[in-house]
Ligand binder design. Structure first.
Ligand code: ACO
Length: 401
C-alpha cells in the first residue's frame, strides 16, 4: 500500500474546506461583514450611510486610499478619473469582431482583458504609482467600455465620454444618449444609479474578488486579473443573479403564481432556487437589499413606472420570510433581489445587469488587488487538494489494454 499523501508531498496538516466556507485567504482592511447581524462596513463606514450620504467616486477613493477624501483630494480624484475615461480608438474596432447578439458580459471579459495589450506603461506591479495608474484607468474606462458594449448590441454608434458630467451621469449619457441629441440625465435616476454602484463596490472575499486576488498573486497583468474577476462574476450564483432574479420574477408574472415557485424552491428534487435569495455570509437581511428596496420605491415613483414585477417581488419576499423553510435556513433577499427591478425601470435590458455590477465592483477588485500586492506577506495563491484518484500504477501500451 502506497501512502499517497507521502507520494505527492502532502505532508503536514491542512484543512479540507470546499467552497472556503471557513477559511480566511488573506488579511484585509477594506470591508467588514457581520453576516449574522446583517452589517457591512467599508473602511469602518456603514453601507447605508455611504449609500445615502456619499457618492460613488468618494466611496471609490475611500476603498482605494483608506480614508474619505477632503474636498481638494476628491476634486483631484474626480479629475484624474475623468482624464482616463477615453479608450484607445482601436478598441472600438475590437468590438466589431463580436457578434451583435453576444452577451455583453462576454464582450466585457474580452475587451477588459484586451486593455492589457494597450496600456503597457502601467503594468509594473512592483511600482505603487503604476499600480494606481492601472487602477484609475480601470475605474475610469469601465463605464465607457460597458456603454460601448450596450451600444454595440443595439446597433447604435458609440458616444464619447462628456467630461463635464459626473461619473454616473456620463455613463448614463453614453448608454442612453444618441449623437445628434442633447441627453438630459434625470437626477433621480443618476442618484439611484450612483447608489447601486456604491452598493456593489466591494464585498470582501467573494468569488470574483478572490479570483482577482488569486490571478494577481502570480504577478499577472492587472487588466487580465480584472478580466478574470469579470468571468467569475458572470455566473448565476454570483453577479449573474440579478439577471436571473428579474427573469424569475417575470416568469412568475403575477402574485397568484408565487406559491408554485416557493414550493419548487423547497423541493429537493427540483434544482430551482429563488434567485436573489440566500447568501454565503449573510444569515440575516442583506443590508444592501434594504437600501435597494427603498431605492426601487423612489425610482418607480419618480419614473411613474407601475411594474407588476415589483409587486411580485415584494409579495414573494413577504411569503418567503414567513415560510419555515426560508426562516430555518436563514435565507433573506440579497442585493440582487431588487436591483433588477430598478435597472429595468431605468431602461437597461437584463443582459446589462451583471455588466453594471462589474463596473461598480471594479473599484473593489482594484482596491483588493492593490492591498494584496502591497502586503509583505503576499504569496502566490496555491490551494492544496485531497487526492482521491488511483494509487501509483504502471503504464500499459495501448494494444495491451
Ligand atoms: N432558494 C432555495 N433554497 C436555497 C436558496 C435559494 N435561493 N439558497 C440556498 N438554499 C438552500 C440550499 O438548497 C441548501 O439547503 P440544504 O441545506 O437543505 O441542502 C441551504 O439553503 C444552503 O445553501 P447552500 O447552497 O449550501 O449555501 P451557499 O452558501 O453555498 O450558497 C448562494 C449561497 C449561492 C448565494 C445560494 O443561496 C444561492 O444559490 N442563491 C441564489 C442565487 C443568488 O441569489 N446569488 C446571489 C448571491 S449575492 C451576490 O453574489 C451578489
Amino acid at each position: 500500500v502506497i501512502d499517497i499523501r507521502k507520494l505527492y508531498g502532502q505532508t503536514g496538516k491542512f484543512t479540507y474546506d470546499p467552497g472556503f466556507t471557513s477559511t480566511a485567504s488573506c488579511e484585509s482592511k477594506l470591508t467588514y461583514i457581520d453576516g449574522d447581524a446583517g452589517v457591512l462596513l467599508h473602511r469602518g463606514y456603514p453601507i447605508d450611510q455611504l449609500a445615502e450620504q456619499s457618492n460613488f467616486m468618494e466611496v471609490a477613493y475611500l476603498l482605494l486610499n483608506g480614508e474619505l477624501p477632503d474636498r481638494k483630494s476628491l476634486d483631484s480624484f474626480n479629475n484624474t478619473i475623468t482624464r482616463h475615461t477615453m479608450v484607445h480608438e482601436q478598441l472600438a474596432t475590437f468590438y466589431r469582431g463580436f457578434r451583435r447578439d453576444a452577451h455583453p458580459m462576454a464582450i466585457l471579459c474580452g475587451v477588459v482583458g484586451a486593455l492589457s495589450a494597450f496600456y503597457h506603461d502601467s503594468t509594473d506591479i512592483t511600482d505603487p504609482h503604476q499600480r494606481m495608474i492601472a487602477s484609475h484607468r480601470l475605474i475610469a474606462k469601465m463605464p465607457t467600455i460597458a456603454a460601448m458594449a450596450y451600444k454595440y448590441s443595439i446597433g447604435q454608434p458609440f458616444l464619447y465620454p462628456k467630461n463635464d458630467l459626473s461619473y454616473t451621469a456620463n455613463f448614463l449619457r453614453m448608454t442612453f444618449g444618441v449623437p445628434a441629441e442633447e441627453y438630459v440625465v434625470d437626477p433621480v435616476v443618476e442618484a439611484a444609479m450612483d447608489r447601486i454602484f456604491i452598493l456593489h463596490a466591494d464585498h470582501e472575499q467573494n468569488a470574483s474578488t478572490s479570483t482577482v486576488r488569486l490571478a494577481g498573486s502570480s504577478g499577472a497583468n492587472p487588466f487580465a486579473c480584472i478580466a478574470a474577476g469579470i468571468a467569475c462574476l458572470w455566473g448565476p450564483a454570483h453577479g449573474g443573479a440579478n439577471e436571473a432574479a428579474l427573469n424569475m420574477l417575470r416568469e412568475i408574472g403575477t402574485p397568484d403564481r408565487i406559491s408554485e415557485y416557493i414550493a419548487r424552491a423547497k423541493d429537493k428534487d427540483d434544482p430551482f432556487r429563488l434567485m436573489g435569495f440566500g447568501h454565503r455570509v449573510y444569515k440575516n437581511y442583506d443590508p444592501r437589499a434594504k437600501v435597494m428596496q427603498k431605492t426601487a420605491n423612489e425610482v418607480l415613483d419618480k419614473l411613474g413606472v407601475d411594474d407588476p414585477i415589483f409587486d411580485v417581488a415584494r409579495e414573494l419576499e413577504q411569503i418567503a420570510l414567513s415560510d419555515p423553510y426560508f426562516v430555518d435556513k436563514k435565507l433573506y433577499p440579497n442585493v440582487d433581489f431588487y436591483s433588477g427591478v430598478i435597472l429595468s425601470a431605468i431602461g437597461f435590458p437584463t443582459t446589462m445587469f451583471t455588466v453594471l455590477f462589474a463596473l461598480a465592483r471594479t473599484v473593489g477588485w482594484v482596491a483588493q488587488w492593490n492591498e494584496m500586492i502591497a502586503d509583505p506577506a503576499q504569496k502566490i495563491g496555491r490551494p492544496r487538494q485531497l487526492y482521491t484518484g488511483p494509487t501509483e500504477r504502471d503504464y500499459v501500451p495501448v494494444d495491451q489494454r
